[in-house]
Design a protein around this ligand. Structure first.
Ligand code: NI
Length: 177
């Protein structure tokens, strides 16, 4: 089963995730559920555990090649600059042009308990930075200048209030008929 994705305003998204001490069956099941939640989302390429309310340093990603997972990740090197229209499953509908390092070296632990190092560029490097931010309770809004943030928040509020946004009460009414 998949989990509901927590959205902006949920305090779990502002909290710092704890390191995974041991790769056990519980962690493996959690990772399975994270993939299911990611694929159910339709348009996501990555998901961090806090986004489903679990304060563990885990994120999963899939750029269309392989489902991949890392535990306790950190960026150990970064270089360059790259502008990308960044989005977040926890801030649905909002995309903001943001500049961040273009390449990164990420170090972490795989599901087999072995250390992994991945050198990434552009989109993959961006998602690593974005997901590790989630593990530190940092959202896109926190990476913006005050002016950008005010504009992005206003846009997000407008998107959230728009009639095209999923309206649960509406659906419930339909079901009753
Ligand atoms: Ni996100």
């Amino acid at each position: 089963m998949g989990y509901q994705i927590r959205t902006y305003g949920d305090p779990v998204l502002k909290s710092t995730a704890a390191a995974v001490e041991e790769v056990n069956g519980k962690v493996v099941r959690l990772v399975d559920n994270m993939f299911e939640t990611l694929y159910t989302s339709g348009n996501g390429i990555a998901l961090a555990a806090p986004q489903i309310g679990v304060q563990k340093q885990i994120f999963v990603w899939d750029l269309g090649e392989d489902p991949l997972v890392v535990l306790n990740p950190e960026i150990v090197e970064s270089a360059g600059e790259w502008v990308y229209d960044e989005g977040c499953l926890s801030i649905p509908g909002l995309y903001v042009e943001m500049m961040r390092p273009k390449t990164v070296l990420m170090r972490g632990v795989g599901l087999d308990g072995e250390m992994i190092e991945i050198e990434a560029d552009e989109l993959e490097a961006r998602l690593f930075q974005h997901e590790i931010d989630h593990l530190n309770g940092v959202l896109m809004f926190d990476r913006m200048t005050p002016d950008q943030r005010a504009e992005a928040l206003a846009e997000y509020r407008a998107i959230s209030a728009a009639p095209t946004a999923p309206a649960e009460p509406e659906r419930r009414r339909l079901r009753l008929r």
